[in-house]
Design a protein around this ligand. Structure first.
Ligand code: PDD
Length: 287
């Protein structure tokens, strides 16, 4: 974590930052979040993240803690205060502080806003170069995975399972044996001829900003993108596989459940898309 954080109106030393014990985020995971990459002191795809934040808040009926424009100002100030040029920011908004009752508080509460910065929010170049392995786990999350809720216990358990099995990520598999997404990433495969397949958005996955951007970038390079569910079997038989997220960019997947994908090294399509995504980050910082 960086030196300074933002907590409900104050820029404070992260070591001194604290929240109220009756914050509903703490007691009920009644809140939402965003993670945004920082490149050259620029927030990558900030407006798309703000749009998704707005959607998550609206779906849960949590008011914005401040105007959207003001959130942009706070973020810029915090980056400056931390001297953060490259990394990521974490934004969390909860329904606020109220005495513990499950239903929404009837008294007037104010949404809580907490922002922390991380200098290490970018993927390791070794992982990007060599590719990573994933393991599969049974889908066991709630039915509104489109909301970027801080309620992440199944995701935490799935990532821990990956770590314990020497993998980078876990991919959730539903009752139809299709892969929904990773514990903190979206999943993709590449078929013969370079067709890209990724699950369509809906309530069963998070609509990743990296996923969204990559579809646009891939189509601009004449890749054919099909949004449909795909099975573990299809992934194992695919030419290539990769995962996307703010903090993973376009990460080649070379192994699923100990079985090699394609030639077992990052493929040309994944590499080309990673390159394209990197260019996008650089261009957006220059804009
Ligand atoms: N995770 N799916 C899930 C479940 C996620 O948590 C994330 C992001 C993604 C990819 O979304 P995006 O491309 O917008 O980062 C997909 C963030 C990085 C996290 O929880 O740290």
């Amino acid at each position: 974590m960086s030196e300074f954080s933002y907590v409900n109106g104050l820029y404070v030393r992260s070591s001194d930052a604290s929240v109220n014990v009756e914050d509903r985020g703490y007691q009920f995971a009644d809140g939402v979040y965003e993670v945004i990459s920082v490149y050259q002191a620029h927030l990558v795809d900030r407006d798309l993240h703000f749009d998704r934040l707005n959607r998550s808040l609206t779906e849960l009926d949590i008011p914005w803690p401040c105007e959207r424009r003001v959130l942009g100002v706070i973020l810029a100030k915090l980056l400056k205060r931390n001297g953060l040029n490259n990394g990521s920011v974490y934004i969390q908004i909860t329904r606020g502080v109220a005495s513990r009752k499950h239903a929404f508080p009837t008294e007037q509460t104010r949404s809580s806003l907490v922002i922390t910065c991380n200098r290490k929010g970018i993927p390791s170049s070794q992982d990007l170069e060599n590719g990573v392995s994933v393991v599969t786990v049974k889908e066991n999350r709630w039915g509104r995975r489109d909301i970027k809720s801080v309620s992440l216990l199944p995701n935490v358990m799935a990532k821990q399972y990956a770590v314990e099995n020497g993998a980078f990520e876990s991919w959730f598999v539903d009752d139809q044996l299709t892969i929904t997404e990773g514990s903190s990433t979206n999943a993709w495969i590449v078929l013969k001829g370079g067709e890209l397949v990724t699950r369509p958005t809906g309530t069963d996955i998070l609509s990743g900003i990296t996923r969204l951007k990559l579809i646009e970038l891939a189509q601009a390079k004449n890749f054919h993108v099909t949004e449909r569910p795909f099975t573990v079997k299809e992934a194992l038989e695919a030419e290539e596989a990769f995962l996307t997220s703010t903090t993973s960019f376009v990460m080649p997947v070379v192994e699923i459940d100990g079985k090699r994908i394609g030639s077992g090294i990052p493929g040309p399509v994944s590499e080309a898309l990673l390159q394209r995504y990197r260019e996008h980050i650089i261009h957006s910082a220059e804009a």
